[in-house]
Design a protein around this ligand. Sequence first.
Ligand code: URA
Length: 307
Amino acid sequence: MDAESLLRRYLEQRRDVGERDLVLDHMTVEEVMRIIGATARGASRGPEPLRPRADVERAERADAAPPPQDDAPRERARDGHQPAAASSSASDEAPPASAPAPARGLEAAGDEAELFGGPISRADSLDEIATMVAKCTRCPLYKTATNPVPGEGSPHARLMCIGEAPGATEDQTGRPFVGAAGQLLTKILAAIQLTRDDVFITNVLKHRPPGNRNPMPDEVTACRPYLVRQIELIRPAVLVAFGTFAAQSLLDTKLSLGKLRGTVHRYRGIPLVVTYHPAALLRNPAWKRPTWEDVQLARRLLDSASA
Ligand code: URA
């Protein structure tokens, strides 16, 4: 693998497991500097340090308006939510030297081990993942949910739709996007000549948060290996994130939906389009037009992937 691909793969892996700091252990300074377009020779003061993605985004956000809560997909129990991957935690900070050893905190189910070698990462079919989700106790949501909602659709889907978490109807039926928002999603897909059977539909969380509250960071972390493995197994040509939560979780960013729309992002190398959540369109039909534009973009990506 060439140095640039190696660096990209390394950064994606670190980001996917929620790492915020950059420690490059397998690349030489020369290689990294070549990739970022700098040169080590003669750089007596040293190069501009590579800034962790979070720092870059913090800087970008400094003068940005707060993200709108306007596309919140489900009834909200509280506001001001950010997804797990994008949240910062005071517990990240090193304690003063004299501080006693901190009490053991919550363990988010050994995420890295799961992503790279745990049982979920070795599941070899979507059915096996569904079985694992049905038995999942990696976070407490299984206790309050009625049914698991692993996702459904074609194992050979070229397009994957990713929402936030099951709502009430999904919890009752065990199927994703089957309530009012789901019916609109079906129409959105029809607008780009796709049926539900053509695609795979799933959510960041596979169990419903009680009262449709926002997903908690530990829940997202615990559930992430399922989504990662689903994507690996399906290997779709295009991903579509519906709503701020799915987009921010997948892309590990706090950028607003408005900033994320209209660009082709990449998740593990797969083109990812961000658009409004169908539930948001039910409340604000003015967003139907931009959503239509976003899914047309997804359609073009599909077409060019098969050309
Ligand atoms: N909202 C979501 O994000 N997902 C569903 O499955 C239903 C509603």
